[in-house]
Design a protein around this ligand. Structure first.
Ligand SMILES: [Zn+2]
Length: 103
């Protein structure tokens, strides 16, 4: 079965959102190991703090990108509906298209 160009566009958009969510997971779960690794390297305090802050800033930027990502199907914000937002939503909060393709 081949997907229509419209379905392929939607799948590509959903894959992009999934990739950003995985990246955020890596940033969050990797924080402690990275900080520990930097600690073991015995860097100067200012460099240690700068790298730690940069790591957190990277996570915040990715979180903002995820929060403002548009649903490829309805063009609304995927994780926001009205004044309600849920960055862990597995479906579009506006049209309900699932983030993972149905099996
Ligand atoms: Zn949608």
């Amino acid at each position: 079965m081949t997907d229509t160009p419209e379905q392929e566009r939607i799948n590509a958009g959903l894959k992009r959102i999934r990739t950003f969510r995985k990246s955020l997971g890596v940033i969050v779960l990797g924080f402690i190991p990275v900080v520990y690794l930097l600690y073991l390297l015995e860097l100067d305090e200012w460099l240690f703090m700068s790298l730690g802050v940069a790591w957190v800033c990277l996570g915040v930027v990715i979180e903002l990108v995820i929060g403002f990502s548009r649903c490829p199907a309805c063009r609304g914000y995927f994780h926001v509906r009205g004044m309600t937002g849920n960055i862990f939503a597995r479906k579009c909060m506006n049209c309900g298209v699932p983030l993972k393709p149905q099996v």
